[in-house]
Write a protein that binds this ligand. Sequence first.
Ligand SMILES: Nc1ncnc2c1ncn2[C@@H]1O[C@H](COP(=O)(O)OP(=O)(O)O)[C@@H](O)[C@H]1O
Ligand SMILES: [Mg+2]
Length: 444
Amino acid sequence: MSDQLWWMLGVLAAVAAGLWAWRRWHYRSFWLLIGFPITAISIRASWRKIALGCNLTKKRQRFWFTTVPGLIASTGVVRVRRKWQRIAVDTKPFMWLPLPTRYGWRVTLHTLEGQIPADYADVAERLAHSWGVHAVRVSSDKPGRVRLAATIRDPLVKVDELPPSTELLKVTVGRLETGQPWIIDFRTVPHYINAGATQSGKSNLANALIVGLAPQPVALVGFDLKGGVEFTPYAPRLSALATTRAECGGLLDDLVALMTDRMGMCRMASARNIWQLPPGLRPVPIVVLVDELAELYLMADKSEKDEIAKASTALLRVAQLGRAFGIYLFCCGQRIGSDLGPGVTALRAQCSGRICHRVNDPETATMTLGDLDPAALDSARTIAAETPGVAIVASQDGQWYRARSFYVSEHTAEYAARTYADQAPTWADVMIAQPVDTPDQQTA
Ligand SMILES: Nc1ncnc2c1ncn2[C@@H]1O[C@H](COP(=O)(O)OP(=O)(O)O)[C@@H](O)[C@H]1O
Ligand SMILES: [Mg+2]
């Protein structure tokens, strides 16, 4: 008997060790085959209680097998008995089978009458705590349906590299919390605002862009209002670099003139944008990187007023018309607020790509992310200083995501800039609107 007991204990210990090792060495298969089925069963089993706890249920009249007071026994105790009867019961939203995802699971629910996805978004944190997961995100791809996506652990603590994108003007810069790549695609979203406190990872993202765009047939232009300390090392791959406000003014004038040229060219060819031009005629697309945007608008004394107004108008024109003529903006700054003047507010309205790194004050998050879901703002405020590169990204699909850029050191970006220096058209070449061989692509 005791032999048998030892034997069984031995087997149990071996199984436990095996499971531990499996989980440790190949978490994905362990999750799919063992972890997920157990989780799925427990999610389904506990859904009524959790929905009730999160106020997601509705009262409905149903036949229910329930207790009713019966006879009073001679001892005075009320005896209850069970009986089918019509009573008001709490009905939970219908839940489909949960499906495993890379970092957790997702499940679709049918909303009950009068409910909207925001009701679920409001209780996302309660749901996350009830299920013991890192976060629950709510989305809705169809009226009457809500999709809850749970991530078990924060997937952005460590992000591994992805293969670079090979498409023109598309750069894979990091990873979204869903496990999908975080892609900056200038052809879909032409202008970006990249906000964040110092040391939050703004320059890292700019580096990732430089590394991604350097091998492509694209002209890169830098506006570095930190006196050139950020972008000067990348000068070999830049077609133009402005480091003072005066230089910025000149370069912006050039960009506006170039845009006017391209406009004329498109008009002559009856094209609405440069992508509709025949490939042989198509001018080179330009990506303009701006670091410390606020410096462009800051006024020390009145004498600078005109200069600032001119630069601000030119930048706004580039933002308004640039998309069609292949000029794209990527503006980085610590604060991009209305206190900097009306120019910056108008510019912000033109930049549909919004990236908000860790910020010091809630207003900056609000200003960057605009009227996105309040949960996005909360999420932006809770980005930890230990995870630089984490940002809230307003995506092309109208959703927001937490994302983290890949770590790209200055050294890597410098190396890329030097390696692909011969890809950089000179500014004079860009200005005479020489067409370059860009791969033939669909119209933007
Ligand atoms: N995605 C990232 N992963 C890991 N470390 C990062 C990441 N982004 C930034 N860092 C670290 O944070 C530091 C500050 O980033 P940086 O881009 O210079 O911030 P900012 O330009 O906002 O001041 C960098 O030196 C880098 O070591
Ligand atoms: Mg920086």
